[in-house]
Design a protein around this ligand. Structure first.
Ligand code: HEC
Length: 117
């Protein structure tokens, strides 16, 4: 019984120190890069059917603004609210999609990275 408990807590301890090492070590820069990457994948999947989602592409829906120009109309961070509520305003043709906080963070990171000066 005792031996089992000891083994379990030793294994748990090792796992925790690995996690701490990961969090303190290389995780922050890796996370920052991957938000943008994940955001890119999300908008390519969910939005590129109508919007231009890259730096030079053209929106395939004539009325859909290119994402790289969004900050000309309002701060990109304002998208957070729209995404959390499920973008439906101004989206007559768009199937409603409610993004999770994690997805919202990634999408905003990606769209911010696209904005033209
Ligand atoms: C089925 C086509 C379609 C899809 C898919 C689509 N959109 Fe749109 N979107 C539009 C159109 C059309 C407009 C312009 C509506 C207007 O101005 O009347 C628009 C406008 C917008 C605007 C600008 C709204 C404003 O007030 O300026 C944002 C931001 C936006 N879309 C975000 C997204 C995001 C994020 C996704 C993916 C999660 C997405 N859209 C997917 C068609 C689409």
């Amino acid at each position: 019984m005792n031996t089992l408990m000891d083994n379990a807590s030793r294994r748990y301890g090792a796992w925790v120190s690995t996690l701490v090492a990961v969090l303190l070590g290389w995780a922050p820069p890796a996370l920052a890069a991957s938000s943008v990457e994940r955001g890119k994948a999300l908008v390519e999947f969910n939005c590129s059917g109508c919007h231009a989602v890259g730096r030079t592409d053209k929106s395939s829906h004539p009325d859909a603004p290119a994402f790289r120009t969004l900050s000309k109309r309002y701060p990109v961070a304002d998208l957070e609210e729209a995404l959390a509520e499920g973008i439906s305003t101004g989206h007559p043709d768009m199937p409603e999609w409610v993004a999770s906080p994690d997805q919202i963070e990634a999408i905003i990171a990606y769209i911010s990275s696209l904005q033209q000066p």
